[in-house]
Design a protein around this ligand. Structure first.
Ligand code: NDP
Ligand code: PMR
Length: 398
């Protein structure tokens, strides 16, 4: 691994003349120029809500939802105008960034967190050991690698009667050492299928719930990353993200009659992850262009910092897992703790100053948020539209 890290570093130097040099980029993907710029709501019960606004209905509803809190919690409405408790769905809240964000939001007492996770017991244990108070969270089953599970989650959420004030698409898988692709229940390469397509369907199906919310600032957040942005040093570590002409994507990423990779190339797990992050960032912007004006929903993405200790690297070789945190802490200085990253994402969910839509947030060395620049590909309007259209077909929305 040490050799592969070194060879990566060397190849960055070679590519330095193209679109990323240390001088232009600085640490954390923050360019030098960026650096300088450097109530009252009646309780909402939606028991009468019907599901007919959803394009896809779920035929069978199994008892997958296990609610730790059967009743809907609301902020007390004593006397003056009081903002009711917000209701936020966070995918992948069983560990890392998602768990830290759930904790940060729950601790404010202003949010009830729906932890949308594939492993109930793991999530329950994680919530307990993080010290999240029982009344501040509910666990609901969601496996993003199955479109049926996504539809079922949406249906179950509808039945729960909760409003939806914020949705955080956070869950992800990363398979850097896989030699062969693995696939979702619907036959899509796993990283793009889970990180992008699962979230694409989820957010499309929950958009009406967000629209119906009477919360003053409704938000849909899709977690991005520096490694999908080739205008940064980190984004130039091979293999680089590149969606190409989307030929593998339009072929269904099934590895049979099409490539498992979006650009139609040979399978590479690390690239598939980075490509999925480009899709996440393009999706956020396409949502913004299509829906922000009419709905008032804030669409945002972010790079929370390098949280080198999370489960994301579970499939990496042990030497990588050992060296990665000190490398990020002492060499790139891009390291952030899980707790700090959770506070950052929680800001994007609820900070009154972060309501601007269509923004990719990052944080500088003093942990101050700023609007960051996306790479050319991650902000390509035409590619975003094409990616959206293909995604709709793949998940059965078109
Ligand atoms: P973790 O592995 O700790 O968290 C990922 C979460 O996703 C887990 O809760 C995991 O569930 C869940 N998940 C994975 N597959 C599925 C699935 N099929 N259905 C439902 N949930 C699933 O990693 P991080 O906290 O680091 O990652 C969170 C986000 O942050 C990701 O979007 C990642 O791209 C992003 N990010 C991370 C960075 C980092 O340095 N770590 C940097 C930049 C962005 P389970 O517990 O069951 O495995
Ligand atoms: Mg990277 C400022 C420099 C910087 C930052 C902020 C990151 C973040 N990385 C940086 C630089 C480098 N990394 C350099 C110079 C190298 C070559 C030595 C390097 C290598 C490297 C590897 C092998 N970095 C990695 C890997 C991974 O497997 C991680 C990855 O790509 O996951 C997709 C990763 C990351 N570096 C980051 C961040 C945030 C990650 C992982 C998480 C992510 O993007 O979601």
């Amino acid at each position: 691994m040490a050799t592969s890290i070194l060879s990566s570093a060397l190849s960055i130097h070679k590519e330095g003349t193209s679109n990323a040099s240390l001088k232009d980029t600085g640490f954390l993907g923050i360019s030098l120029s960026n650096h300088l710029k450097s109530d009252f709501f009646p309780p909402v019960l939606k028991s009468k809500r019907t599901l007919n606004h959803r394009k896809l209905s779920v035929s069978t509803v199994r008892a997958q939802t296990i609610a730790t809190t059967p009743t809907i919690t609301r902020a007390p409405t004593q006397g003056r105008k009081t903002l009711r408790t917000g209701s936020v769905v966070i995918t992948g809240a069983s560990s890392g960034l998602g768990l830290a964000t759930a904790k940060a939001l729950a601790e404010t007492g202003k949010w009830h967190v729906i932890m949308a996770c594939r492993d109930y017991l793991k999530t329950e244990r994680a919530a307990k050991s993080a010290g999240i108070a029982k009344e501040n969270y509910t666990i609901m089953h969601l496996d993003l690698s199955s479109l049926d599970s996504v539809k079922q989650f949406v249906d179950n959420f509808g039945r729960s009667g909760r409003p939806l004030d914020a949705l955080v698409c956070n869950a992800a898988v990363y398979q850097p050492t896989a030699k062969e692709p693995s696939f979702t229940a619907d036959g899509f390469e796993l990283s793009v299928g889970t990180n992008h397509l699962g979230h694409f369907l989820l957010s499309r199906l929950l958009l009406d719930d967000l629209k119906q919310s009477d919360y003053p600032s409704k938000r849909l957040i899709i977690v991005g990353s520096i490694t999908g942005n080739t205008n940064t040093l980190a984004g130039n570590v091979p293999p680089k993200a590149n969606l190409g002409d989307l030929r593998g994507f339009s072929g269904g990423l099934n590895g049979l009659n099409s490539s498992a990779m979006i650009d139609g190339g040979n399978f590479d797990g690390a690239k598939a992850y980075k490509d999925s992050k480009v899709c996440n960032m393009l999706t956020m912007q396409e949502f913004h262009r299509r829906y922000h004006k009419d709905t008032g929903i804030t669409f945002a993405s972010l790079y929370p910092g390098c949280i080198a200790t999370t489960g994301l690297f579970r499939e990496h070789i042990p030497l990588f897992r050992l060296l990665f945190p000190p490398f990020q802490k002492y060499i790139t200085k891009g390291f952030v703790s899980e707790e700090e990253s959770g506070k950052r994402l929680a800001q994007v969910v609820s900070d009154p100053s972060l309501t601007k839509s269509g923004v990719y947030w990052s944080w500088n060395k003093d942990s101050a948020s700023f609007e960051n620049q996306l790479s050319q590909e991650a902000s390509d309007v035409e590619k975003a539209r094409k990616m959206w259209d293909i995604s709709e077909k793949l998940v059965g929305l078109a």
